[in-house]
Design a protein around this ligand. Sequence first.
Ligand code: BGC
Length: 499
Amino acid sequence: MPLSRRGSGSLVLPTGQTLAQHTRTQDEEQLPHATKRTMADHLRRFETLFTLTPQRMRIIVSSFKETLETGLDKPDQTVPMIPTFVFGWPSGNEKGEFLAIDLGGTNLRVCLLNLQGNGKFEITQSKYRLSEEQKQDDGQKLFDFCVDCLKLFIEANSGEDGILQLVPGQKIPLGFTFSYPCKQDKIDHGILIRWTKGFGSPNTEGKNVAEMFREALSKHDLPVELTALINDTTGTLIASRYVNPTTKIACIFGTGCNAAYMEHVKDIPKIKHLGIDGDQDMAINCEWGAFDSFEHEHLPRTKYDIIIDESSNKPGEQAFEKLISGRYLGEIVRLIICELIDEGVLFLGQNTYKLEVPNAFDTALLSLMESDPTDELLMIIGLFSHFFALETTLAERQFLRAIARLVGRRAARLSACGIASIVEKMGYIEEGCSVGADGSLYNKYPGFAERIHEGLVDIFGERGRNIVTHHAEDGSGVGSAIIAAMTKERKAAGIYVDL
Ligand code: BGC
């Protein structure tokens, strides 16, 4: 058989990274490899494991809806359905200068927002990298770091030429987007129920994080007052509504996953004692990532999901999130690949140690594998040779891409189940609604939104087309500022001033 050479060259990834293209001195059919038949058998096995039928989805939606209702009814449920004290929708006329801090995953962001009314705004922002150590460091240190960054930001943007004009004696209202489940008694308060997304800072769970933030603020003389503690989903709900009045639900599909929507206070029995007018609306942060945690009775978990759960820093928790979010999808695929390496199906005779490291397979790689436009799957050749020093046959690459599809599709279809449960609970299916969605998975994973929409049609039939997701406005920045503005206005008008 003649030797084939692909030639050398380079491949530019959508991330901007350049990969040296693989050059082979032997035809890939000469690599030891499993037969196409064996691969097809394995693929069928994974299809059965990862495919969610419409019927199964409807069963999940029905138990999900019950869980949402229980969370509104009783305090301290697994899916806590947190009343946020964001009362109703923004008017669109919110105006003024606000600061926002966003602590939610990889980075810390500080923003200055100038809300100009009529859905218009200007934003200036800086990002600060959070190290893995900081995510596990003492909680107070984390909030001290937030305030240090805020101080740097204010210093950099104030002064004679700065865009931030400080008025002596006046404090700028700040919305703190803290994207972890916090039980709130009022809008500028929040007891951290549990860390998620790999954070684990001690001395924080069970504590009022707003107070910890104020403690950090008190160490400096900053012209800032904490006005509202916000979840990213609530910010997204309000920011999306600010620009699109058909928005009724907001979701984040990123490192974590969650949703928020607007509820009638009369349908939140657990806060009846607060005496709020039942016709008032209040945003609910569902914290749906916790659906089916601990008991694991409703969701179809595979053995790979169980391994991920058990080896996580929070076993048993965030069961729904662990099947969907960007933090876990790459690892699911990696575990499947490792199993097939052990069974002698993939990468025969090659040194696979680089793939055997936990979390070595980023979810971004799945996106790239799914978006490879070439027949030969050149992107996948590049990815495996560059990151894992592995050669792949075309059959292996097709198989790997099919696995990525199964895992990505399951995540999107489960996301559709979550959205459908809110739609069904609120009776939105006939009139339809927009769902503002954000997060790396939603924004970058090819076909994620389309698969959610397909899932909604599988659940509701043709009426499912009435529910449409769209890319949301920046919830943690813009949304946070609008909520701070709404809160200032509400309190100035003497409405529920203690909440
Ligand atoms: C957190 C939520 C957050 C979501 C998306 C989850 O892990 O519990 O509070 O909204 O991630 O960032």
